[in-house]
Write a protein that binds this ligand. Sequence first.
Ligand code: GTP
Length: 158
Amino acid sequence: MYKFKDYYRNEVTLSFKDHPFSDAPKHVWVICKHKGKWLLTKHKERGLEFPGGKVEESENAKQAAIREVMEETGGAVETIQYVGQYYVSGRKDYIIKNVYFAEVKALIPQDTYYETEGPVLLEKIPENVKRNKQYSFMMKDEVLKHCMNYIKDRKNRQ
Ligand code: GTP
């Protein structure tokens, strides 16, 4: 379990256990790879981030993750694995988000990418992402670093 402050100084608790905070979280975030590159989306207000969003009434969290990847990047998910879950304690409310790792087999051009400008492929996530104005606040706390390390370690164990 990790505890740290996010970009807005809200407290975040991150765990790699199986759904430690909620069995039915309302938010998802998906670390995506396509052809050996990281697949992000460019949110019109927040900037570059991995795709994600809210779970709808009619779906579970994993289904929401697959849908959000398609909506925000056009990415057709081939494999998807649960990574962990985090809890953000805001001033008024809290949110709980599942993190997934997905391999995307194809990028299918979409008529709309909703509140984003669509897919962005990156060889590497820059070291200075915390100070880089192009990146969303979601990429600026330790969720990213811990999840990337977890995914790398899990891959090495396989
Ligand atoms: P809308 O209903 O779409 O307007 O949602 P909202 O703007 O209230 O945002 P949402 O419910 O997605 O999130 C509420 C707050 O939680 C945001 O303003 C953020 O401060 C925080 N939040 C959401 N997602 C994340 C995240 O991935 N990381 C961190 N650190 N905070 C988040």
